[in-house]
Design a protein around this ligand. Structure first.
Ligand SMILES: Cc1cc2nc3c(=O)[nH]c(=O)nc-3n(C[C@H](O)[C@H](O)[C@H](O)COP(=O)(O)O)c2cc1C
Length: 161
């Protein structure tokens, strides 16, 4: 089976969705199969089917939105089964300093607890792309880079899928 990545996102007013679409385009540009889905359409069992999981959330009170957290909490049913999958995260917020990095780190922490593999970015947004409101050109470039980075690592770790 071909290697596959899931880009899952929560978005009420479209900002995080635009980031998700850009991350997915980045991963697809290096020839990997990508499913792009709202978190509401996902169950924890779906996560098992992918080699890479990238989640995006708006910043709600400095952390991920409740539906994203709910999916992680539901994923305890499969604790240990996500080990070795490649992870990544991105976040939108209203304000600079409004908590987008803490949101990303909270998502990455949950992924690390699952035993997932995370690659940082030594040049761009280090933990994952952030946007203030709708993603601008800078943010979109980093979203593309995240998609490519996760896809490259998935291909390295899971060449046969
Ligand atoms: C319940 C709630 C809590 C929020 N908390 C924060 C916050 O702590 N910091 C911040 O900068 N923006 C906060 N925002 C603003 C959103 O993160 C921001 O508008 C984001 O771009 C929305 O993304 P979306 O268009 O994908 O829904 C909050 C919005 C809502 C609805």
């Amino acid at each position: 089976m071909m290697s596959r990545i899931l880009v899952g996102y929560h978005s009420r007013s479209g900002n995080t969705q635009k980031m998700a679409e850009t991350v997915a385009a980045g991963a697809r540009s290096v020839g990997i199969e990508v499913d792009l889905k709202p978190i509401a359409d996902l169950s924890a069992a779906d996560l098992l089917q992918y080699d890479g999981l990238i989640f995006g959330s708006p910043t709600y009170y400095g952390t991920m939105a409740a539906p994203v957290k709910e999916l992680f909490d539901e994923s305890i049913r499969f604790h240990g089964k996500l080990e070795g999958k490649v992870g990544g995260a991105f976040a939108s917020s209203a304000n600079v300093g409004g908590g987008n990095e803490t949101t990303i780190l909270d998502i990455l922490k949950a992924m690390l607890i699952h035993g997932m593999v995370i690659r940082g970015d030594h040049r761009g947004d280090h933990y994952g792309p952030v946007a203030i409101g709708a993603p601008d050109a800078r943010s979109k470039k980093l979203c593309v880079a995240l998609g490519k980075r996760v896809a490259a690592l998935v291909k390295q770790l899971y060449p046969e899928g």
